[in-house]
Design a protein around this ligand. Structure first.
Ligand SMILES: CC(C)(COP(=O)(O)OP(=O)(O)OC[C@H]1O[C@@H](n2cnc3c(N)ncnc32)[C@H](O)[C@@H]1OP(=O)(O)O)[C@@H](O)C(=O)NCCC(=O)NCCS
Length: 168
């Protein structure tokens, strides 16, 4: 279901059961997967993919709250919840198994048993990596993909992702 004032740039696609609220832009080549819930004033950038629940079977839809910005080529899957006004930098991939490092608190954010991964309000998340700590990869200096909260949204972030009122 699409609310009034949603902007859909072709060729994007919104799958069955999804909800997209007003003032949101779904940019070219973006996908809103089955049953995903997208809030008001969200920008889903070109080629970003919001996962659905059909296959593999998932009980939890992805939820993107109001005023979130999702950069180009991101992937948000497996019931991940992006809280209000968070900013997901280009190319960030998040699923239920992703360990997200908060460089402000110094803690990893992981899903709790049976619950989805939750990205906090106003978090600014960019792609990163961490050295593998076990197995052969450790000796070889292999890194695992690890998204990082570099900061919480500030004026500089606002300027980096200014939206165009005229398009709404
Ligand atoms: C996240 C983003 C909005 C930048 O936010 P910002 O608040 O302006 O970030 P800043 O420039 O203040 O950077 C803060 C820190 O994060 C780092 N950083 C910022 N964006 C980064 C990125 N995408 N990847 C890796 N590191 C990044 C900066 O180097 C800086 O590090 P430092 O403190 O060590 O110098 C921007 O990187 C981004 O991804 N924009 C989306 C672009 C896009 O996809 N547009 C859609 C087109 S259809």
């Amino acid at each position: 279901m699409l609310q009034k004032g949603t902007v859909i740039m072709p060729p994007s696609y919104i799958n069955v059961g999804a909800y997209v609220d007003s003032g949101t832009m779904i940019d070219s080549h973006a996908l809103v997967g089955s049953c995903a819930q997208i809030g008001k004033g969200v920008h889903l950038s070109a080629a970003s993919q919001i996962g659905g629940v059909l296959e593999p079977v998932g009980a939890l839809p992805v939820i993107v709250e109001d005023n979130v910005f999702i950069g180009g080529n991101c992937g948000i899957y497996e019931g991940t919840i992006i809280k209000e006004s968070a900013v997901i930098g280009s190319g960030v991939i998040l699923n239920a198994s992703t360990a997200l490092f908060d460089n402000v608190s110094g803690e990893f954010i992981s899903k709790e048993q049976g619950k989805p991964l939750v990205v906090p309000e106003n978090a600014v998340v960019v792609a990163g990596s961490r050295p593998i700590t076990k197995g052969h990869g450790n000796k070889l200096g292999i890194h695992l993909y690890t998204p990082v909260i570099v900061k919480y949204r500030d004026d500089k972030t606002g300027k980096s992702i200014t939206l165009e009122d005229v398009l709404r």
